[in-house]
Design a protein around this ligand. Sequence first.
Ligand code: GDP
Ligand code: MG
Length: 448
Amino acid sequence: LSDRLTSTFKNLRSKGRLSEADIDATIREIRRALLDADVAVPVVRDFTASVRERCLSAEVSGALNPAQQVVKVVNDELVSILGGETRTLRFAKQGPTVIMLAGLQGAGKTTLAGKLALDLRTKGHTPLLVAADLQRPNAVTQLGVVAERAGVPVFAPHPGNQGAETDDVVGDPVAVAREGVAAAATREHDVVIIDTAGRLGIDALLMQQAADIRAAVDPDEVLFVIDAMIGQDAVNTAQAFLDGVDFTGVVLSKLDGDARGGAALSVARVTGRPIMFASTGEKLTDFEVFHPDRMASRILDMGDVLSLIEQAERAFDAAEAEKMAAKVASGQDFTLADFLVQMQQMKKMGSMKKMLGMLPGMGQMREALDNFDEREVDRIEAIIRSMTPAERENPRIINGSRRARIAKGSGVRTTDVNQLLERFAGAQKMMRQMNKGGGMPGGMPGMG
Ligand code: GDP
Ligand code: MG
């Protein structure tokens, strides 16, 4: 017998990989979530393939069930593509730090110029805004308004002409950008933010203009601003700006909308450039450092995946699982004390019922938890505490009179004691069946 148990134990241990069926089932759900979030189709294909690869070689942690394991790999991969640690602005060692903004019209560049200026000003910097969008009537005025709200000065081709909008502002945006940077140096501004023109679609001339501005002022950062609602177009747009202008970082705007943020993943994956900031509204204070982990959760739309996993790890004490496995391996029988430990684990899991339901492939477990009454655990505990050590070791000796005594001692009915002993016998049987190589069903024997 002991031999067979030892080989079962080995079996369990060498099962330390996720099965392809487990992985594929969960990945199907992930694929759907990504497509729903408007991640570009080729990116989804690429991403799921690499996640699958990683799952196949992943070490299995005893604390998580297969679906959670896959979700953890997916989440880790998402966070790593989205940037892991967020990168902050690089400041010039000498002279003013030059930050150039690029992106389609309406992406949120001008608004971002104000947000960045305000943020930098509150951090003790002295930013100057430069109006190098001379394409759209009103663009200079708009930057002027934004600058005033941010409490910073603006360098414009026609200072003082605000409100006098007629046709396109005449002038050379490259020259304005160059003069703006020079003015910043003499007026001792430590940061210059250059707002540029964009078109509704990708436009070769405008792209060239942005490239020329870049060449003229040699910015420390070129921030590509992209509307999070852009969806599937994100990849083409980002690629065009990468090829046409090149950029050092990405700002995702309009994250206050319903967009699930698939654009973030598409852009990060295709360009390899870090997403640095998030724009979350029209007010200048609606601006924050980009959080890859939050974005990963938003893209997956499965609640806070990370905290779920942490909770699962806590609830399913890995050490407890190890002890149980060792016990099975050593040929000892599963006792009422073990049963009680399992019930207590279940109780902890109960509090995360709602979150579990949000995970793919967790429907079954959720059902089991739905049928699980937490007060039941307290009752079971009371009953087991009223047993003598000998009875706990070997419940077969618990005859009628012992049952009556235990019931009285724990304040329950004799039928409750009977029920517990039946459930325990069932759990014990299930533990023995593990010998036949089934492994712990859902990691939780004794359920239901
Ligand atoms: P630009 O053409 O790239 O300079 O874009 P603008 O800064 O002019 O922004 C275009 C529109 O989007 C304006 O109406 C802004 O108020 C709005 N906008 C910009 N950023 C955000 C944002 O993060 N959230 C929301 N809801 N609106 C924004
Ligand atoms: Mg603008």
